[in-house]
Design a protein around this ligand. Structure first.
Ligand SMILES: Nc1ncnc2c1ncn2[C@@H]1O[C@H](COP(=O)(O)OP(=O)(O)OP(=O)(O)O)[C@@H](O)[C@H]1O
Length: 161
């Protein structure tokens, strides 16, 4: 299947120079096609970071769950300082803080691709989205267990002394 887009209801290849200048393709109409990838001419490390940050911001803006993950991460960091957790506990908290939003980003990416290729109902689309949501749920449950293991003992010690 050829990569294409539907600006203004038309389907044209993403490498079409006219498409690059149209709204909806980044502020500078930035789109990479196969020729760009082969030449590596237009894609610096800064571009790569900018795209990654743009993806994180997109997920944060559009996904309610992402906002919840970020709020939980902020709460975990505050609790970590208040309860003076040890370095190993900080490492466990840091892994959870990175892992859950990362999986949510992958979930968001998968939802976007599914919506692109299957705008109407399809059993496979349902399974794909449900599995991705399941992955987020598993990570969130694991992180909750880690949070209980890390924060509950020092919290009890603090309030029961
Ligand atoms: N094209 C489709 N075909 C079949 N079922 C779909 C389709 N799109 C969505 N669904 C069903 O609706 C659910 C919610 O999909 P939606 O795209 O609204 O994700 P969401 O509300 O952002 O979910 P999440 O909370 O996991 O981010 C999916 O898990 C799936 O069961």
């Amino acid at each position: 299947m050829n990569a294409s887009n539907a600006v203004g209801g038309e389907n044209r290849p993403v490498g079409d120079p006219e498409v690059r200048d149209e709204p909806g393709f980044g502020e500078e109409g930035f789109v990479r096609n196969e020729a760009d990838k082969a030449s590596h001419s237009r894609f610096s490390l800064v571009n790569a970071f900018a795209c990654a940050i743009s993806g994180l911001l997109y997920a944060l803006k559009t996904q309610r769950n992402m906002k919840i993950h970020v709020a939980a991460a902020v709460l975990a960091v505050i609790l970590g300082f208040v309860l003076a957790i040890d370095p190993l506990s900080w490492a466990a908290v840091a892994v959870c803080i990175a892992l859950v939003p990362a999986v949510e980003c992958v979930n968001t990416a998968l939802e976007s691709v599914v919506d692109l290729v299957s705008p109407g109902y399809a059993d496979l689309a349902k399974h794909a989205k449900d599995c991705a949501a399941g992955a987020v749920l598993l990570c969130a449950i694991g992180s909750l267990i880690v949070a209980c293991a890390v924060f509950l003992p020092p919290a009890f010690a603090l309030f029961c002394q």
